[in-house]
Design a protein around this ligand. Structure first.
Ligand code: FES
Ligand code: FE2
Length: 421
């Protein structure tokens, strides 16, 4: 349980809010690359700000204030031409930096146009997403995460709309116990079938189901929190999972689907009661097959909304709860997670929680976030803002999902993987 004031601090990310200030110190995804073909500007909302994203005629992404600096017309209806985005009301032309290139209705093209600087945020494109920096001063380096740097055939990314605050979903990622319940499949036949399907979710189902009260340990790292989860897995065997909360709003964990890579969920606030969950998956050694790519979009509409949602009670089926799945909501983990987090409310009231020992990673992550918010408040740089290229690699961001011998020193085992990756 935390106080109302702490809950507000952690969940409010609009302009000038303390957590909003923190979030703006990091590069953040603002759209999928696939959403931004040349010539079609995209209206976006991020951290409570209404903006327009477009590509100029050199393909460079630009993110501008939605409303024209002249008299406020929506620039997402604008024309992409002549090196920028042109408002269709009176033809003002903006470049990706917010410079007014033309005021064509003014004598001489607008002698004072240079005095206007339209709101603009720098953008980069990596890993199938467009990321932006909305903070003050010189942007830091874009973290050289493996999932952003992997070649296109080795990675996939999609996003899913969530009707709740970003923090609920991020806390779901670092809650190891829910894997044994929310995502549990009851039918061994179905598990066996899913195991044969590339991208099937079932590989670890038995291991996760056989020990529902795992040992959990957390370790603060410079990037966030590392979480060790150990489950008994038969004689002499332990099932070790290492998951990571990465500041300020993403998590990395092993999926049963990507072999030697891992999955990332990055929860980007649209505003305080909605967010986009960006789902990345990558492999270090082999191209991802099309079935896995399609799987990541199953039960998803063309505008990235779940077909199972609160309006249809996530299509919960009571019969299937007897024989197929714990939730009765099908076999797609994304639907389970959407249900669990959206049904906590638009913004979970954390003053009413009763946290238990298995919530220790959530407690650690909240503490880290509150400390980072305080750092920004006091004019200091928060952790994991990268400005030195020599520090822009993360071999210690280790993700593990494997069976080990019970006598293995699992911390030492994980340490060894830092250098191997
Ligand atoms: S309102 Fe955009 S050019 Fe006039
Ligand atoms: Fe989950």
């Amino acid at each position: 349980m935390i106080t109302e004031q702490e809950n507000n601090l952690l969940t409010q990310t609009g302009p000038l809010t303390p957590c909003g200030e923190l979030m703006r110190r990091y590069w953040q995804p603002v759209a999928l690359s696939e959403e931004l073909p040349y010539g079609a500007p995209l209206k976006v909302r991020i951290f409570g700000e209404d903006l327009v994203l477009f590509r100029d005629d050199q393909g460079r992404p630009g993110l501008l204030g939605l409303h024209c600096s002249h008299r406020g017309t929506d620039l997402s209806y604008g024309r992409v031409e002549d090196g920028g985005l042109r408002c269709v009301y009176h033809g003002w032309l903006y470049d990706v930096c917010g410079k007014v290139l033309e005021q064509p209705g003014e004598p001489g093209g607008g002698a004072n146009r240079h005095e206007i600087r339209h709101l603009a945020y720098p953008c980069q494109e990596a890993g199938g997403v467009i990321v932006t920096y909305m903070g003050p001063g010189e942007p830091p380096l874009l973290p050289n995460y493996e999932f952003l740097a992997a070649p296109a055939e080795y990675r996939t990314v999609v996003k899913i709309f969530h009707n709740c605050n970003y923090l609920q979903s991020n806390e779901g990622n670092i809650d190891p116990v829910h894997l044994s319940f929310l995502h549990h499949f009851l039918s061994e036949a179905e598990v066996a079938r899913l195991r044969t399907v590339p991208g099937g979710n079932a590989t670890d189902n038995t291991l996760l189901g056989n020990d529902i009260a795992p040992t959990i340990e957390v370790e603060v790292q410079d990037f966030g929190v590392r979480i060790y989860t150990l489950r008994n897995a038969g004689p002499d065997k332990l099932y070790l999972r290492v998951t990571n909360f990465v500041l300020p709003n993403l998590s990395a964990f092993g999926g049963s689907t990507v072999g030697d890579g891992y999955a990332v969920h990055w929860h980007v606030p649209i505003d305080d009661t909605h967010h986009w969950k960006y789902i990345f998956m990558f492999s270090r050694t082999k191209p991802l097959d099309s079935e896995l790519r399609n799987k990541s979009r199953s039960e998803l509409t063309a505008d990235y909304r779940m077909t199972r949602n609160a309006a249809n009670r996530y299509q919960q089926d009571r019969d299937s709860m007897k024989t197929k799945t714990f939730t009765g909501m099908g076999f797609n983990f994304q639907a389970h997670d959407a249900f669990a987090t959206e049904s906590q409310g638009s913004v979970e009231d954390r003053t009413n929680e009763h946290l238990v020992s298995s919530d220790k990673a959530i407690v650690a992550a909240r503490k880290l976030l509150l400390n980072a918010i305080q750092a920004v408040n006091e004019g200091r740089e928060p952790p994991h803002v990268i400005r030195d290229s020599k520090l822009n690699h993360f071999p210690h961001l280790v993700v593990v999902s494997e069976l080990i011998h019970a006598s293995t020193d699992w911390k030492e085992h994980t340490k060894k993987l830092e250098t191997a990756s």
